[in-house]
Design a protein around this ligand. Sequence first.
Ligand code: GDP
Length: 320
Amino acid sequence: MSRRTESVQDLIARARGGEPRAVARLISQVEDESPSLREVMAGLAPHTGRAQVIGLTGAPGVGKSTSTNALIRAFRARGRTVGVLAVDPSSPFSGGALLGDRVRMGDHALDAGVYIRSMASRGHLGGLAWSTPQAMRVLDAAGYDVVLVETVGVGQSEVEIAGLADTTVVLLAPGMGDGIQAAKAGILEVGDLYVVNKADREGAPRTARELRGMLALADRARDAWTPPILLTTAQAGTGVDEVVEALDAHHAWLHETGELRRRRERRAAAEIEAIAVASLRARWAHLDGHRDLASLAAAVVSGASDPYAAADTLLGTDRG
Ligand code: GDP
């Protein structure tokens, strides 16, 4: 066994033993695309698949981080450990050492059963699609009962998170034109559970009603799970127990119907694809001379080549 192999194995053993610094180092290896990443992932693989993976998404300001904290408290009260990834696709910073995480840890800072980590997608080839699932594997293998991934709902990220989690929670808050926003953002198809937060504010029941009406019309598979719509005041912790119960009910449903395995296999397929595409890209980024993408593009524009022939050249599958 090489020294590096030993140290990766050691790191994994320490992470599995509940040492937060080892968990942090493994996630940093994911973020930095460390040379030992393959070894890390191979070492983690046999320990994955146990965690209940929950995705929480919603527009900025609806109360995601407040809700995450309230959920952590509720899970801890039930004796379950929680690992959180807070993913901000717009942030240029890597999260590991950010003060933000310490602030977010808040009441949980001294609780060994809670781990919170911010992640930014930065300029990764596969972006969010590539690094987030790997970091989730770390938390899963480290033995957290619940892995919660929180993302800002901007553009397509709701759809992305739906692909990442076993159960997707869409968070809303009362406000102008919620229904229309929901339809536009494509959230009507992706939620397993809808939570209208800020129920202490006027308009929350109406938001829930509008959402129910729109969900009834949305193109969702028949005989499938009917997503509940719950109201919370995350700030006060009101309604959070009901959310945990609904999450558990959904997880039980996933198990019973075989949907859990199907979802996880779809997720693995997307991951494999993202990694394969990223390594293809990395390969042709190092190609020489005439195989360079820019010169191939010039050849297509000048009429010396066509896009199909150029793609074959790029992939090294030229038929000429
Ligand atoms: P995020 O951007 O989605 O993570 O939202 P935050 O959790 O940071 O919350 C945004 C703001 O809404 C903060 O000022 C919170 O204190 C506030 N907030 C969160 N939950 C509630 C709630 O249940 N009721 C009210 N009135 N305010 C809330």
